[in-house]
Design a binder for this molecule. Structure first.
Ligand SMILES: C[S@@+](CC[C@H](N)C(=O)[O-])C[C@H]1O[C@@H](n2cnc3c(N)ncnc32)[C@H](O)[C@@H]1O
Length: 310
Protein backbone atom coordinates (compact mmCIF):
# COMPACT_ATOMS: atom_id res chain seq x y z
CA UNK A 1 0.00 0.00 0.00
CA UNK A 2 1.40 3.37 -0.89
CA UNK A 3 2.53 6.02 1.57
CA UNK A 4 0.82 9.03 -0.01
CA UNK A 5 -2.73 7.97 0.83
CA UNK A 6 -3.76 11.45 1.92
CA UNK A 7 -2.05 14.55 3.33
CA UNK A 8 -4.02 15.68 6.40
CA UNK A 9 -5.25 19.27 6.23
CA UNK A 10 -4.70 21.98 8.90
CA UNK A 11 -3.24 19.55 11.41
CA UNK A 12 -2.08 22.21 13.89
CA UNK A 13 -5.40 24.03 13.75
CA UNK A 14 -7.36 20.78 14.23
CA UNK A 15 -5.27 19.82 17.28
CA UNK A 16 -5.58 23.31 18.77
CA UNK A 17 -9.37 23.26 18.62
CA UNK A 18 -10.05 19.56 19.21
CA UNK A 19 -7.82 18.55 22.12
CA UNK A 20 -9.08 19.66 25.51
CA UNK A 21 -7.53 16.97 27.66
CA UNK A 22 -4.86 14.35 27.56
CA UNK A 23 -7.12 11.41 28.32
CA UNK A 24 -10.70 10.76 27.23
CA UNK A 25 -12.05 9.51 23.91
CA UNK A 26 -11.82 11.34 20.61
CA UNK A 27 -13.87 10.30 17.59
CA UNK A 28 -12.44 10.81 14.11
CA UNK A 29 -15.56 10.45 11.97
CA UNK A 30 -13.61 10.41 8.69
CA UNK A 31 -10.38 8.59 9.48
CA UNK A 32 -9.24 8.27 5.82
CA UNK A 33 -5.47 7.71 5.83
CA UNK A 34 -5.35 8.23 9.61
CA UNK A 35 -3.26 11.42 9.51
CA UNK A 36 -5.33 13.43 12.00
CA UNK A 37 -5.91 10.41 14.25
CA UNK A 38 -2.19 9.71 14.39
CA UNK A 39 -1.54 13.24 15.63
CA UNK A 40 -4.17 12.92 18.37
CA UNK A 41 -2.66 9.61 19.46
CA UNK A 42 0.87 11.05 19.45
CA UNK A 43 -0.02 14.20 21.37
CA UNK A 44 -2.27 12.66 24.05
CA UNK A 45 -2.82 9.49 26.02
CA UNK A 46 -6.43 9.38 24.88
CA UNK A 47 -8.27 6.73 22.91
CA UNK A 48 -9.39 7.35 19.35
CA UNK A 49 -12.38 5.77 17.65
CA UNK A 50 -12.24 6.15 13.88
CA UNK A 51 -15.07 5.77 11.37
CA UNK A 52 -14.86 5.35 7.60
CA UNK A 53 -17.28 3.94 5.04
CA UNK A 54 -14.44 3.05 2.68
CA UNK A 55 -12.90 -0.34 3.52
CA UNK A 56 -9.63 0.69 1.80
CA UNK A 57 -9.28 3.60 4.22
CA UNK A 58 -10.05 1.34 7.19
CA UNK A 59 -7.38 -1.12 6.02
CA UNK A 60 -4.79 1.60 5.46
CA UNK A 61 -5.44 3.47 8.73
CA UNK A 62 -5.54 0.22 10.76
CA UNK A 63 -2.10 -0.73 9.46
CA UNK A 64 -0.69 2.76 9.99
CA UNK A 65 -1.96 3.06 13.56
CA UNK A 66 -1.50 -0.49 14.80
CA UNK A 67 1.43 0.48 17.04
CA UNK A 68 -1.02 2.39 19.26
CA UNK A 69 -2.61 -0.92 20.26
CA UNK A 70 -5.92 -0.71 22.08
CA UNK A 71 -5.89 3.11 22.09
CA UNK A 72 -7.27 2.98 18.53
CA UNK A 73 -10.44 1.34 17.30
CA UNK A 74 -11.50 1.71 13.66
CA UNK A 75 -15.03 0.97 12.50
CA UNK A 76 -16.03 0.44 8.87
CA UNK A 77 -19.17 2.48 9.42
CA UNK A 78 -20.91 5.66 8.39
CA UNK A 79 -20.29 8.51 10.85
CA UNK A 80 -24.03 9.17 10.72
CA UNK A 81 -24.39 6.04 12.90
CA UNK A 82 -22.29 7.74 15.60
CA UNK A 83 -24.78 7.38 18.45
CA UNK A 84 -25.79 3.76 17.76
CA UNK A 85 -22.21 2.70 17.08
CA UNK A 86 -20.92 4.23 20.32
CA UNK A 87 -23.74 2.67 22.29
CA UNK A 88 -22.99 -0.75 20.75
CA UNK A 89 -19.40 -0.58 21.95
CA UNK A 90 -20.42 0.75 25.37
CA UNK A 91 -19.17 4.34 25.01
CA UNK A 92 -21.43 6.94 26.64
CA UNK A 93 -19.51 10.18 26.28
CA UNK A 94 -16.76 11.43 24.02
CA UNK A 95 -14.21 14.22 24.47
CA UNK A 96 -14.06 15.47 20.91
CA UNK A 97 -15.50 14.86 17.46
CA UNK A 98 -13.68 15.54 14.20
CA UNK A 99 -15.04 15.51 10.66
CA UNK A 100 -12.74 16.12 7.70
CA UNK A 101 -15.31 15.93 4.94
CA UNK A 102 -15.15 14.92 1.31
CA UNK A 103 -12.99 12.37 -0.46
CA UNK A 104 -9.40 11.39 0.26
CA UNK A 105 -6.59 11.81 -2.27
CA UNK A 106 -6.48 8.03 -2.52
CA UNK A 107 -10.15 7.93 -3.57
CA UNK A 108 -9.64 10.74 -6.08
CA UNK A 109 -6.58 9.17 -7.68
CA UNK A 110 -7.55 5.49 -7.67
CA UNK A 111 -10.64 5.05 -9.75
CA UNK A 112 -14.20 5.10 -8.50
CA UNK A 113 -15.14 7.86 -10.94
CA UNK A 114 -14.66 10.77 -8.50
CA UNK A 115 -12.32 12.70 -10.77
CA UNK A 116 -13.10 14.14 -14.19
CA UNK A 117 -9.38 13.98 -14.94
CA UNK A 118 -9.37 10.17 -15.08
CA UNK A 119 -11.44 8.08 -17.47
CA UNK A 120 -13.24 5.60 -15.26
CA UNK A 121 -16.51 3.89 -14.53
CA UNK A 122 -19.15 6.29 -13.24
CA UNK A 123 -19.43 4.84 -9.76
CA UNK A 124 -18.67 7.50 -7.08
CA UNK A 125 -19.62 5.32 -4.11
CA UNK A 126 -17.32 5.74 -1.11
CA UNK A 127 -19.15 2.80 0.43
CA UNK A 128 -19.10 0.07 -2.22
CA UNK A 129 -21.78 -1.87 -0.36
CA UNK A 130 -24.42 0.81 -1.01
CA UNK A 131 -26.53 0.49 -4.15
CA UNK A 132 -26.81 3.91 -5.72
CA UNK A 133 -24.14 4.84 -8.29
CA UNK A 134 -23.61 7.91 -10.46
CA UNK A 135 -24.22 5.70 -13.50
CA UNK A 136 -27.65 4.76 -12.18
CA UNK A 137 -28.59 8.40 -11.58
CA UNK A 138 -27.44 9.51 -15.04
CA UNK A 139 -29.20 6.70 -16.90
CA UNK A 140 -32.41 6.37 -14.90
CA UNK A 141 -33.38 9.62 -13.21
CA UNK A 142 -35.65 12.03 -15.05
CA UNK A 143 -34.24 15.14 -16.72
CA UNK A 144 -35.74 17.27 -13.96
CA UNK A 145 -34.30 15.11 -11.19
CA UNK A 146 -30.83 15.31 -12.76
CA UNK A 147 -31.11 19.08 -13.23
CA UNK A 148 -32.16 19.44 -9.58
CA UNK A 149 -29.16 17.42 -8.38
CA UNK A 150 -26.73 19.48 -10.47
CA UNK A 151 -28.33 22.74 -9.38
CA UNK A 152 -28.81 21.90 -5.69
CA UNK A 153 -25.58 20.03 -4.98
CA UNK A 154 -23.34 21.67 -7.59
CA UNK A 155 -24.84 25.19 -7.57
CA UNK A 156 -24.35 25.10 -11.34
CA UNK A 157 -26.47 27.67 -13.21
CA UNK A 158 -26.37 25.64 -16.45
CA UNK A 159 -27.92 22.61 -14.67
CA UNK A 160 -31.00 22.41 -16.94
CA UNK A 161 -28.94 22.55 -20.13
CA UNK A 162 -26.56 19.88 -18.87
CA UNK A 163 -29.43 17.60 -17.81
CA UNK A 164 -31.01 18.00 -21.26
CA UNK A 165 -27.73 17.02 -22.92
CA UNK A 166 -27.40 13.99 -20.60
CA UNK A 167 -30.86 12.76 -21.55
CA UNK A 168 -30.21 13.37 -25.25
CA UNK A 169 -27.00 11.32 -25.07
CA UNK A 170 -28.47 8.40 -23.13
CA UNK A 171 -31.26 7.96 -25.70
CA UNK A 172 -28.53 6.76 -28.07
CA UNK A 173 -26.18 5.07 -25.63
CA UNK A 174 -25.97 4.28 -21.92
CA UNK A 175 -23.59 6.68 -20.13
CA UNK A 176 -20.91 4.50 -18.57
CA UNK A 177 -17.69 6.43 -18.09
CA UNK A 178 -16.47 9.71 -16.67
CA UNK A 179 -15.01 10.41 -20.12
CA UNK A 180 -18.49 10.30 -21.64
CA UNK A 181 -19.83 12.65 -18.96
CA UNK A 182 -16.97 15.07 -19.61
CA UNK A 183 -17.85 15.07 -23.33
CA UNK A 184 -21.51 15.78 -22.54
CA UNK A 185 -20.64 18.66 -20.19
CA UNK A 186 -18.20 20.05 -22.79
CA UNK A 187 -21.12 20.49 -25.18
CA UNK A 188 -22.67 22.98 -22.77
CA UNK A 189 -19.76 24.64 -20.95
CA UNK A 190 -17.62 27.31 -22.56
CA UNK A 191 -13.86 26.70 -22.66
CA UNK A 192 -13.31 29.44 -20.11
CA UNK A 193 -15.55 27.88 -17.43
CA UNK A 194 -15.18 24.21 -18.38
CA UNK A 195 -13.11 23.18 -15.33
CA UNK A 196 -15.45 24.94 -12.92
CA UNK A 197 -18.54 23.39 -14.52
CA UNK A 198 -16.99 19.91 -14.55
CA UNK A 199 -16.00 20.25 -10.90
CA UNK A 200 -19.55 21.29 -9.99
CA UNK A 201 -21.22 18.49 -11.96
CA UNK A 202 -18.94 15.83 -10.48
CA UNK A 203 -19.36 17.27 -6.98
CA UNK A 204 -23.14 17.25 -7.31
CA UNK A 205 -23.25 13.58 -8.33
CA UNK A 206 -20.84 12.58 -5.57
CA UNK A 207 -22.96 14.36 -2.96
CA UNK A 208 -26.13 12.68 -4.26
CA UNK A 209 -24.60 9.19 -4.47
CA UNK A 210 -23.14 9.34 -0.97
CA UNK A 211 -25.97 11.37 0.61
CA UNK A 212 -23.23 13.56 2.02
CA UNK A 213 -25.34 16.46 3.26
CA UNK A 214 -27.87 14.20 5.00
CA UNK A 215 -25.08 12.29 6.74
CA UNK A 216 -23.53 15.53 7.93
CA UNK A 217 -26.83 16.83 9.34
CA UNK A 218 -27.57 13.53 11.13
CA UNK A 219 -24.10 13.35 12.67
CA UNK A 220 -24.12 16.95 13.88
CA UNK A 221 -27.55 16.55 15.44
CA UNK A 222 -26.53 13.41 17.31
CA UNK A 223 -23.08 14.50 18.46
CA UNK A 224 -24.55 17.00 20.92
CA UNK A 225 -26.01 14.09 22.92
CA UNK A 226 -22.77 12.13 23.20
CA UNK A 227 -20.26 14.95 23.69
CA UNK A 228 -19.14 15.64 27.27
CA UNK A 229 -19.36 19.15 28.74
CA UNK A 230 -16.28 21.04 27.55
CA UNK A 231 -15.90 18.65 24.59
CA UNK A 232 -15.24 20.05 21.15
CA UNK A 233 -16.63 19.57 17.64
CA UNK A 234 -14.29 20.37 14.74
CA UNK A 235 -15.42 20.20 11.13
CA UNK A 236 -13.36 20.82 8.00
CA UNK A 237 -15.55 21.37 4.94
CA UNK A 238 -14.58 21.82 1.30
CA UNK A 239 -17.54 23.53 -0.32
CA UNK A 240 -20.14 26.11 0.60
CA UNK A 241 -23.04 23.64 0.96
CA UNK A 242 -21.24 21.72 3.71
CA UNK A 243 -19.94 24.86 5.35
CA UNK A 244 -23.44 26.36 5.44
CA UNK A 245 -24.78 23.28 7.27
CA UNK A 246 -21.98 23.44 9.84
CA UNK A 247 -22.43 27.17 10.35
CA UNK A 248 -26.21 26.81 10.80
CA UNK A 249 -25.75 23.91 13.23
CA UNK A 250 -23.45 25.97 15.44
CA UNK A 251 -25.72 29.02 15.22
CA UNK A 252 -28.85 27.07 16.12
CA UNK A 253 -27.13 25.63 19.20
CA UNK A 254 -25.65 28.91 20.36
CA UNK A 255 -28.86 29.60 22.27
CA UNK A 256 -31.30 26.74 22.41
CA UNK A 257 -34.12 25.53 24.69
CA UNK A 258 -33.14 22.37 26.57
CA UNK A 259 -36.31 21.96 28.67
CA UNK A 260 -37.72 18.41 28.80
CA UNK A 261 -40.35 17.80 26.09
CA UNK A 262 -43.23 17.54 28.62
CA UNK A 263 -42.62 21.07 29.98
CA UNK A 264 -45.38 23.45 28.88
CA UNK A 265 -43.37 26.66 28.84
CA UNK A 266 -39.63 27.16 28.39
CA UNK A 267 -37.99 27.50 31.80
CA UNK A 268 -34.35 27.29 30.82
CA UNK A 269 -34.52 30.66 29.10
CA UNK A 270 -32.56 29.15 26.20
CA UNK A 271 -29.05 28.26 27.24
CA UNK A 272 -25.82 28.33 25.32
CA UNK A 273 -25.49 24.68 24.27
CA UNK A 274 -22.52 25.28 22.01
CA UNK A 275 -20.05 28.11 22.21
CA UNK A 276 -18.73 28.95 18.77
CA UNK A 277 -14.92 29.04 18.89
CA UNK A 278 -14.39 30.24 15.32
CA UNK A 279 -16.41 33.39 14.58
CA UNK A 280 -15.15 33.11 11.02
CA UNK A 281 -14.06 29.83 9.44
CA UNK A 282 -10.35 29.14 9.74
CA UNK A 283 -8.53 28.66 6.41
CA UNK A 284 -5.20 26.98 5.68
CA UNK A 285 -2.08 29.15 5.42
CA UNK A 286 -0.64 30.12 2.04
CA UNK A 287 2.32 27.89 2.87
CA UNK A 288 0.09 24.86 3.45
CA UNK A 289 -1.80 25.51 0.20
CA UNK A 290 1.46 25.73 -1.74
CA UNK A 291 2.58 22.39 -0.28
CA UNK A 292 -0.84 20.75 -0.59
CA UNK A 293 -3.09 22.41 -3.22
CA UNK A 294 -5.99 20.13 -2.22
CA UNK A 295 -6.20 22.10 1.03
CA UNK A 296 -7.10 25.33 -0.78
CA UNK A 297 -10.86 25.18 -0.31
CA UNK A 298 -10.78 23.88 3.28
CA UNK A 299 -12.68 25.76 5.99
CA UNK A 300 -12.53 24.79 9.64
CA UNK A 301 -15.23 25.55 12.18
CA UNK A 302 -15.17 24.55 15.84
CA UNK A 303 -17.46 24.67 18.84
CA UNK A 304 -17.46 23.65 22.51
CA UNK A 305 -20.32 22.01 24.37
CA UNK A 306 -21.25 24.19 27.34
CA UNK A 307 -23.84 22.07 29.16
CA UNK A 308 -23.89 18.61 30.69
CA UNK A 309 -27.13 17.54 29.01
CA UNK A 310 -28.75 18.88 25.87
C1 LIG B 1 -10.81 13.91 3.45
S1 LIG B 1 -10.78 12.22 3.87
C2 LIG B 1 -10.21 12.21 5.54
C3 LIG B 1 -8.73 12.25 5.67
C4 LIG B 1 -8.20 12.07 7.07
N1 LIG B 1 -8.58 13.16 7.94
C5 LIG B 1 -6.70 11.88 7.08
O1 LIG B 1 -6.03 12.52 7.90
O2 LIG B 1 -6.20 11.07 6.29
C6 LIG B 1 -12.47 11.84 4.08
C7 LIG B 1 -12.75 10.40 4.43
O3 LIG B 1 -14.08 10.35 4.92
C8 LIG B 1 -14.69 9.18 4.49
N2 LIG B 1 -16.14 9.40 4.56
C9 LIG B 1 -16.90 10.19 3.77
N3 LIG B 1 -18.19 10.15 4.15
C10 LIG B 1 -18.23 9.33 5.24
C11 LIG B 1 -19.28 8.90 6.10
N4 LIG B 1 -20.54 9.30 5.92
N5 LIG B 1 -18.96 8.08 7.12
C12 LIG B 1 -17.69 7.67 7.33
N6 LIG B 1 -16.66 8.03 6.53
C13 LIG B 1 -16.93 8.86 5.50
C14 LIG B 1 -14.15 8.94 3.11
O4 LIG B 1 -14.27 7.60 2.74
C15 LIG B 1 -12.70 9.42 3.27
O5 LIG B 1 -11.85 8.35 3.56
Amino acid sequence: MEKGFHIPVMVEEVMKYLITRDDGIYVDGTIGGGGHSEEILKRTKAKVIGFDIDPEAVKFASERLKSFGDRILILNRNYATLKESLSEIGVEKITGFLLDLGVSSFQLDHGGGFSFRLDDKLDMRMDRSSELTAEHILNNYSEKEIADIIFKFGEEPRAKMIAKEIVRYRKRKKIETTGELVKIVDKVASKKYRLKVLARVFQSLRIAVNRELDNLKIALDSVVDVLEKGGRIVVISYHSLEDRIVKMFFKSNEKRCICPPDVFECRCGKVEVIKILTKKPVAPSEKEISLNPRARSAKLRAGEKMVEFA
